[in-house]
Design a protein around this ligand. Structure first.
Ligand SMILES: [Zn+2]
Length: 485
């Protein structure tokens, strides 16, 4: 009896060994440094100008990805490699003029624009909360209040309160809302750079409600309580809301197993980046986004090439998202308008990252939250790398990338990233910087990194056992609900 057990054990471990070596060989056969390099250099080239959502260049990138799919034999869905994502773009106003009591205000951020000209008295509120509106008539007037809330005045809380305050001002009939900010100059500059930009949003079914004008003004001298502000002159010109269409790029490969092929694994990454911005010291103004996220796109393309040649038992759905940098919009739209029923998708293997500081590792945000952990760890090990989990849990990276929309729906969805052990200087040197160029990457490391991803993909998509959330995870229940467990 014992002998037989031992023999069986030996046999099964041998066949496991043989099976995994053949899987490794399959990965080695298709994932090649030169291909990877070529693809990253193209996606992160100056020609594509940083692939900003709404630019013509991001469509060039979409076309390139679709063409690559076609060449590899990846199939379109409903006859197309594109899922159109309807967006609105609020164009920055050409000019904004604001005068308080005959004093021109210079430090302005136009959060939301609507062309207007106003030269009358104002209604002063405290923080612009709902209770404050009940005693004041703001119809057709400009409302002025402080940023933030009585509890929290820091800029993050103030930012979080923007949408609600705007909603209230519009609801009570104000024509503009001006919030007085009182921040250190350094903080203010940062806010100006980030909030003053054009805004891209998912188009809503009824987009005819024109926004009111909403501004932040840096003014440390004004005393709203003593009501020394009587007269406001506000002029906004050239603000526009434009409708645009961007694209998620999609493709599909059928699985090889007659039953498991009805289940899908998603391989996803965002292909947009932040476009052209402030020039750096080298006078480079193109934010090429090699790490963020040409690398992620190419992990997906590497999987596509491999699975097209050697299909896994489960089917594969590839999605490259638009507008991640505008607020995870492409992925949100996809999960609201899925092309394959969500409950047929057993796993979403997203790839996103800001760079690496440890070339002996792969970093998987959410590694220890699903039963796929063993496969991902084994795959990294096969190429001499160590898979590690979230290095900065306090930043809650899991909920800050495209994977979160799938996780919320219940689909186990970690994010695969290059080796990062901390948010240190090496990461910040490139993260959302013009310096994130393709020639600064180590392609020997990336080759191993991509191979680990593709092998993980194969192990997960071939495992008869479905991956799932670990018990106690915050998305466990959503998963039970989605799959009717
Ligand atoms: Zn980014």
């Amino acid at each position: 009896m014992k002998k037989i057990t031992l023999l069986l054990l030996l046999l099964s471990s041998f066949s496991f060994y043989a099976q995994s070596t053949s899987e490794i060989n399959i990965v080695n056969e298709t994932v090649k440094k030169n291909t990877i390099k070529k693809q990253i250099f193209y996606l992160a080239s100056d020609d594509l100008k940083g692939r900003e959502t709404g630019s013509p260049e991001i469509d060039t990138a979409a076309h390139y990805i679709a063409k690559t799919f076609k060449n590899l034999g990846v199939k379109p869905i409903n006859g197309s490699y594109y899922q159109n994502v309807p967006l609105t773009k609020n164009k920055k106003a050409k000019s904004v003029k604001l005068v308080f009591n005959e004093q021109p205000q210079k430090e302005l951020i136009l959060l939301k624009g609507k062309d207007m000209s106003y030269n009358k008295g104002v209604v002063i509120l405290d923080y612009g909360l709902e209770s404050e509106y009940s005693t004041k008539d703001v119809k057709g007037k400009v409302v002025i209040c402080k940023t933030g809330t009585p509890e929290k005045s820091d800029f993050r809380s103030a930012y979080t309160a923007i949408a609600q305050k705007q909603h209230l001002a519009a609801k009570y009939g104000a024509i503009a809302l001006i919030e007085i900010a009182n921040y250190q100059n350094k903080v203010w500059q940062l806010l100006k750079n980030n909030l003053g930009k054009e805004k891209v949003q998912l188009a809503k079914a009824k987009d005819n409600n024109t926004p009111i004008a909403h501004l932040w003004v840096l003014n440390k001298d004004i005393d709203l309580q003593n009501n020394n502000l009587k007269q406001v002159n506000l002029e906004v010109n050239g603000a526009q809301t434009e409708k645009i269409t961007s694209k998620n790029v999609v493709g599909i490969l059928e699985g090889s197993d007659p039953i498991l092929k009805n289940e899908f694994v998603i391989y996803s990454a965002h292909y947009d980046h932040i476009g052209i911005g402030k020039p750096n010291q080298e006078n480079d103004s193109i934010y090429n986004g090699a790490r963020d996220n040409a690398v992620g796109v190419v992990t997906v393309l590497s999987a596509a090439e491999n699975l097209a040649k050697y299909p896994t038992k489960r089917s594969a759905l590839f999605i490259l998202f638009t507008a991640e940098e505008k607020g995870l919009i492409g992925s949100k739209y996809y999960t609201q308008n899925p092309l394959v029923p969500m409950n047929k998708v057993v796993f979403c293997f997203n790839s996103d990252g800001g760079g690496y500081n440890d070339k002996t590792k792969t970093t998987i945000i959410g590694l220890k939250r699903t039963t796929a952990q063993k496969h991902i760890e084994q795959a990294s090990k096969a190429f001499g790398l160590e898979a590690i989990g979230d290095p900065v849990p306090e930043q809650n990276l899991f909920d800050r990338s495209d994977n979160v929309h799938f996780a919320k729906a219940g689909i186990p969805a970690p994010t695969y990233s290059p080796g990062m052990t901390a948010f240190d200087e090496e990461i910040l040197k490139y993260y959302h910087q013009a310096a994130d160029n393709p020639e600064t990457l180590d392609y020997d490391y990336l080759e191993l990194f991509f191979k680990s991803y593709v092998l993980s993909a194969r192990l997960i998509a071939n495992d008869p056992e479905k991956p799932f959330w670990l018990k106690g995870d915050k998305y466990y229940e959503a998963g039970e609900k989605l799959y009717n467990k």
